[in-house]
Every structure is written in structure tokens, then in C-alpha cells.
Ligand binder design. Structure first.
Ligand code: IVH
Length: 689
């Protein structure tokens, strides 16, 4: 214990731990939720800092650190509407060759640094860096047999049914070696992306921030027909396997093109950094005319023998590097600063701009982040500012143009006593006095129960997919119902009548009925998700699950003390305090009582007891499709009888629960290891004996 404390006293060690956490979270938001929170550049800068800190403190090495592995898109089996209840939609399969990432560079100097480490005179292939998600395609005897996402780099999800909907990916090829792998990028073309977002807007569904997120969300859908409708495309850029033709990367790609693969025409063999820079300069502008998103270029050593000699680090090849295009920036006039109150009460300063064209769209509002940001950059109305659109949907101000043409009468954001121009002290929506929590950059409106955006935000959160999942009740409808006084808090949802909803503009009886059905169905949502849906500050999905497991009823939770709560994993003093405060507020207690009366689940089911220990100690792989039960049900049955369901076949596998059309790789592996295949009938027989 002593040791740990003395370590943590050094601020850099704390910074290291905080960075690991932040980058892990950013990876999760990027790869799993498809909602990026950091720009690539910010991410890389933080990653570099973490690498430096880890070099400073070798004793803090951790193989789980984000510096040691690539981000993961693996489907962890959370329930979403696209999957079955608690279902894992795709089979997770180990990659034959790990899927690595690329080191990034942002300047000529960084490219030169990389090139210096290569043998003199090597050829460098320049390619476009397509901004989609990587895919690994396996061909056996000319047939496409597997299509894996990158996953965590070691294993990925098999999304072959969805990949087969992409017209530019061949399902059969001829004249190829008997087995090989092609890697490439799956993309949603700009045109399709815009059409999809327009459609989602009309249906009040959340928009995708960029084509990459849209492609990623699409590839993980459960319905291949919907995937086909969205119109994905793919470019291939890497061939792997044994006894492949050619001695250079370039040759191989040209061969792949002859086999029928979609290979970009923008590939160039370069002989100097000058030539590379010319390629970059050309494509930095020309890429705007391409049908798909690109975010940089990739440089690869052409000669395959040299590639092999250069080898790999834990995360990236040494024979390749990415160069990232700078995010597009524009200079424009800051006309006025207004303030926007978010769903959680945070007040964000917004720059109202002279409209300017940026990455294909007209921008007239951008975030100024917070008070400190404005002060540090001394930004004032009338200034000329740089606005940038990164990977996020909301543009941001990144700098002030420091020329002399600032209006003579402009004043810095001052304190109130100077009374010239200051950050508001009162909420612009409801007039409550704003508070600034110590250690946070944001000013917040504390009037949770009376401030319109916060009221609506709480309701939106409550009905969202991961919470009560009430379909049809979108942002606009909530706004309409709120303004008519029909919806003021989450409990009001359960008092809505058909005629209230059907009377709304744009909402006919049919959609009204749909909403009512959704509300009815939400009464079956389990207690742990109800707890998450309540929107207690900092109680996220995972924390809610952990709390609900410990406190099986809301009554038990209501009487828990902060001290008792902090005994739960993941619950720190701040979260505990938020929970205690939530239950101290009479208004919340009233709402909870109304929810209970409406039939919302306020208690968990008793934990399921194992039904037997017939499968105790066994590791069982499920493969193929079944007729008596779903895969998920079989998984539950295995667990209920004391067994463990594992993803891949190994020596330790006890048997394979084999359905129809079992994967060929698994079959081969099972045969070679002599592992028994069991039919579903045999399995059901075994557990019922
Ligand atoms: S080569 C071992 N080539 O960029 C290296 N990757 O940031 C394999 N990407 O995971 C990657 N265009 O998803 C390569 N022309 C290209 C690419 C490309 C896009 C993606 C790929 C990779 C990521 C790394």
C-alpha cells in the first residue's frame, strides 16, 4: 500500500494513469460506439505523451496500456436493437496474421525521420489512406469464406454476410493460390452517407458524424438487406499468405487487380522524399473530388524482402507509415458569442460566424469550448478566427488570427466588476444562477428540474436505445409534447394518451400507436437499465449494471449510504454522493413512485441459480446455425449447466456444439485436434439426462 501511495504522489505518474484511462475511453467511443470524442491529432498527441511517460517510468509498464494494443471494435454482446437480447451478433474469430495499425506522421520532417531508418535507395509506394474501417477477407480455393473486422487486432468479428452485399468485393476468384488473405477498407461513399443521414434526420434518429462511423455502424447491422441498401464500397490494399506471386507490394496489388479486386489507381512508386511530398501535395487538394473519404496517405516500402527485414513493433509495421492531411481550416469573422445550455446543464459558448465553406458544408456556428478557452486565447467578438472541422460533427474554433485589425473598442472577456463583457452568471434558458464545479472547466445550470433543455435532455436519455428504448419518441416529438405541457418529466411519459400524441402535427394515429406500444414494451426493461435510464449524474450503463447487481430493488438502493455505495466496484465518492443526493430530492421520489405505479421494473430478477453442474469445467465452442434454440440460448444453457462458452477451438476445447454450416476453419481445426462435434439433439439430450 505504502508503495502505491508514494508512487502516486508524483504528478507525472498520475498523469500517466489518467492518460491511459482517457485513451482507452476514446478508443471505446471511436471503435465501439462510433462516436469519436477526440480528433485524430489530439488522440495522437496524447498517445505520444503517454509513450513518453511510460518511457520515464518503466516500472509502470502494463501490457494492457493503450500504447501496447490497437483499439477494439469487438462486439461485446451488449444489447442493441440490432441484435438479440444480450446477444452477440457475430462470431469472433482469431486472425491468422494480427491486424496492426500504422504510425502517424504530420510533416515532412516526420516522414524524413522515418525514411532515414530504411535501407538506402528503397522504393516507397504511396497510396491514399482511405478513411473507413479495415477488413480482412479470406479466400479458400477461390471462395470468400471469412470477412473479419479488425477487432482488437488479434481476433475480429466475422461479418461475411454483410460483406457479401458489397458489389466490388468478389465472392469467387480464379487463378489465385489455394488460400490467401486480402485486406482493405470498407467505406460508405459521400453521396450514400449524406442520403443516409438525411433519412435519419427525418426519422429523428441520431446522425452519423462522418462516413467512417456510418460504415462501421452499417457493417455491424444484423440485417444484410439493410446493409445492401446503404451501398457500401471497398478498396483493397494488402495481400497476405504463403507462396504468393511477386516480389514487391506494387506487383502484388496489380496482380490482385487482375484477379478482380478493387484496387485504387492512385498508387505510385516513389524514389525520394521529394517525390512523396509532391504526391501528398497533389492529393491534398485532389482528394476533395473523390467519391469516398480519405484522411491521409500511406507510405510502404515496396520490396517485400526488405519489409520482412524491417519487421514490426508491438502495434505497427516499421516498413509503413501514415501521413495525415491537416484538418481543413478556414478563417472567418466572429460576429457574436452566444451561450447554449446542454442536456446536462453545461453552458457552452458558441461562436456565431460569418458563414464559411468548410469540408463541403456551410459553417456558421462553432464551439468555443468553455470560459478558460476564451480567456486563454483572448477571443473577442469582431476577431477573425480559425474554424476547423475534425472528425466530429460540430466545428470548433482553434485559434485567433493575431493581426492588427481587431476593432479598437473590443475588450477581453472580463470579470463582472469590469462589467464590459463577461461569461454569463445566469442560465440563459431559465435564469438560475450558474455554478462552476471545482476542477471542471464548465459552468453548469443547477436547475435540473426546471431548465427546459435539461428537462428535455433527461427525457431523451430515458427513452434512448440503451435505456428504456422507446421507439418513435424522438427529440422533436419530445419537444412538441413538452411545449404543450404534456411532458415535463419521465413519469409523464406513462400518462400519455393516444389522442394527446395523435393530435401533434406530423404524427398520425399510426405513429402515435407505435409510440404507445413502445412505452408499453418499456415496462419489461430490466431494473439495471431502468436505473441507467433515470439519468443520475455519472451513473453510466456499466456502473448501473454493477449497482443493480448489488442492490436488487430500488428500495434497497434508496437507503444505501454513500459509504456502502463506494464498496461497489467502479463507484467512487462522487458517484455515491450523486446517488444519495438523487434520493434526497422529493421530486425524484415522486417520479419514482409514479414510475412504479405505471409498472416500470424497479427490482431485478433473482440471480439465476445454475441448473446443474453437468458441464462443469468444460470449455465449449458453438459453431453454425441451429434449429431448436438460438446461439444465445445455447450459450445461456451452457452457463446454466456450469460450462463455459469460448470463441475459438483449441486443445482445451471439450467439444463443439455444431449446427448446420459450421465454419470450414473451425471444422478443420477440430478434426486436426481430434475434438468431438456434438449435434444440438445430442447436446439437449446430455443436459436433460
Ligand atoms: S496498410 C500493416 N494501406 O489505416 C499495415 N492501411 O491507421 C496495414 N488504411 O488499419 C495497413 N488506407 O484500416 C494500409 N492504403 C492503405 C490504407 C490503410 C487506409 C487504414 C487501415 C489501417 C489504418 C491505420
Amino acid at each position: 500500500m505504502m508503495d502505491l501511495f508514494s508512487q502516486i504522489e508524483e504528478p507525472e505518474r498520475e498523469e500517466l494513469l489518467a492518460l491511459r484511462k482517457e485513451l482507452e475511453e476514446a478508443n471505446y467511443k471511436y471503435y465501439v460506439l462510433n462516436m469519436p470524442t477526440l480528433s485524430d491529432r489530439e488522440f495522437d498527441e496524447k498517445m505520444h505523451r503517454l509513450q513518453d511517460l511510460e518511457a520515464m517510468f518503466p516500472d509502470m509498464f502494463d501490457p494492457k496500456s493503450p500504447t501496447q494494443h490497437v483499439g477494439s471494435d469487438l462486439d461485446k454482446g451488449q444489447r442493441t436493437k440490432d441484435k438479440g437480447q444480450n446477444g452477440k451478433a457475430f462470431e469472433t474469430v482469431k486472425h491468422k496474421y494480427p491486424m496492426l495499425s500504422l504510425a502517424n506522421s504530420y510533416s515532412r520532417e516526420e516522414i524524413e525521420d522515418w525514411a532515414r531508418k530504411l535501407p538506402a535507395g528503397v522504393e516507397i509506394v504511396c497510396e491514399l489512406k482511405y478513411d473507413g474501417l479495415s477488413i480482412s477477407l479470406w479466400y479458400e480455393n477461390g471462395q470468400l469464406v471469412r470477412a473479419l473486422t479488425r477487432g482488437d487486432g488479434q481476433q475480429g468479428d466475422d461479418v461475411i454476410a454483410n460483406i457479401k452485399t458489397i458489389p466490388s468485393i468478389p465472392r469467387h476468384v480464379v487463378g489465385t493460390p489455394s488460400s490467401f488473405e486480402m485486406r482493405g477498407e470498407v467505406l460508405l461513399p459521400w453521396e450514400r452517407f449524406e442520403a443516409l443521414n438525411k433519412e435519419r434526420e427525418e426519422q429523428e434518429e441520431p446522425l452519423f458524424a462522418n462516413p467512417r462511423n456510418a460504415a462501421s455502424g452499417t457493417l455491424k447491422l444484423q440485417d444484410p438487406r439493410e446493409v445492401a441498401r446503404r451501398g457500401l464500397d471497398a478498396y483493397l490494399y494488402y495481400m497476405l499468405g504463403e507462396d504468393l506471386p511477386g516480389t514487391t507490394h506494387y506487383e502484388r496489388l496489380q496482380t490482385a487487380k487482375q484477379w478482380g479486386f478493387h484496387i485504387s489507381d492512385a498508387i505510385k512508386v516513389c524514389h525520394s522524399v521529394d517525390e512523396v511530398m509532391a504526391y501528398i501535395a497533389y492529393w491534398d487538394t485532389e482528394r476533395k473530388n473523390l467519391p469516398v473519404a480519405t484522411d491521409g496517405i500511406v507510405l510502404k516500402v515496396n520490396d517485400l524482402q526488405t519489409q520482412e527485414e524491417l519487421g514490426y513493433t508491438a502495434k505497427t509495421p516499421r516498413w509503413a507509415i501514415a501521413y495525415k492531411f491537416p484538418a481543413e481550416k478556414q478563417l472567418t469573422l466572429l460576429k457574436e458569442i452566444t451561450y447554449q445550455v446542454g442536456r446536462t446543464g453545461v453552458v457552452t459558448p458558441v461562436a456565431n460566424l460569418e458563414p464559411v465553406q468548410l469540408s463541403g458544408t456551410m459553417v456558421q456556428r462553432a464551439t468555443l469550448h468553455n470560459e478558460d478557452f476564451i480567456r486563454q486565447l483572448d477571443i473577442r467578438p469582431g476577431d477573425r478566427v480559425w474554424v476547423e472541422k475534425g472528425g466530429e460533427i460540430i466545428p470548433k474554433i482553434v485559434a485567433r488570427e493575431k493581426t492588427k485589425d481587431r476593432p479598437a473598442d473590443s475588450k477581453p472577456l472580463s470579470t463582472l466588476s469590469e462589467a464590459v463583457y463577461s461569461f454569463p452568471t445566469l442560465c440563459p434558458e431559465c435564469g438560475a444562477k450558474l455554478v462552476r464545479v471545482e476542477g471542471e472547466a464548465a459552468w453548469r445550470c443547477p436547475n435540473e428540474a426546471g431548465c427546459p433543455p435539461q428537462i428535455k435532455g433527461k427525457i431523451e436519455h430515458f427513452v434512448s436505445r440503451k435505456a428504456m428504448d422507446i421507439e418513435g419518441l424522438g427529440e422533436e416529438t419530445i419537444d412538441l409534447l413538452y411545449r404543450q405541457g404534456l411532458l415535463h418529466n419521465i413519469a409523464d411519459i406513462y400518462d400519455l394518451r393516444l389522442e394527446d400524441i395523435a393530435a401533434q402535427e406530423r404524427l398520425g394515429e399510426k405513429s402515435a400507436q407505435n409510440i404507445l406500444d413502445g412505452i408499453e414494451a418499456s415496462k419489461n426493461v430490466p431494473w439495471s437499465r431502468v436505473l441507467f435510464a433515470l439519468g443520475i449524474r455519472m451513473v453510466g450503463e456499466t456502473t448501473a449494471k454493477k449497482i443493480a447487481k448489488q442492490y436488487n430493488t430500488i428500495d434497497a438502493l434508496q437507503w444505501a449510504t454513500a459509504e456502502q455505495l463506494t464498496a461497489i466496484e467502479d463507484v467512487g465518492p462522487q458517484i455515491a454522493e450523486n446517488i444519495v443526493r438523487y434520493f434526497e430530492d422529493m421530486r425524484n421520489l415522486e417520479i419514482l413512485e409514479r414510475l412504479r405505479k405505471a409498472g416500470v421494473q424497479m427490482e431485478g430478477e433473482a440471480a439465476e441459480e445454475p441448473q446443474s453442474d453437468k458441464l462443469a469445467g468444460m470449455s465449449i465452442v458453438i459453431s453454425g446455425t441451429f434449429s431448436h434454440h438460438s446461439r444465445d440460448e445455447y450459450k445461456a444453457l451452457i452457463e446454466a449447466h456450469g460450462g463455459k462458452n469460448v470463441g475459438s477451438v483449441s486443445k482445451k476445447t471439450s467439444f463443439i456444439l455444431a449446427g448446420e454450416n459450421m465454419g470450414p476453419e473451425k471444422l478443420k481445426k477440430a478434426e486436426s485436434l481430434g475434438i468431438k462435434l456434438m449435434s444440438e439433439e445430442e447436446f439437449l439430450q446430455l443436459i436433460s439426462e
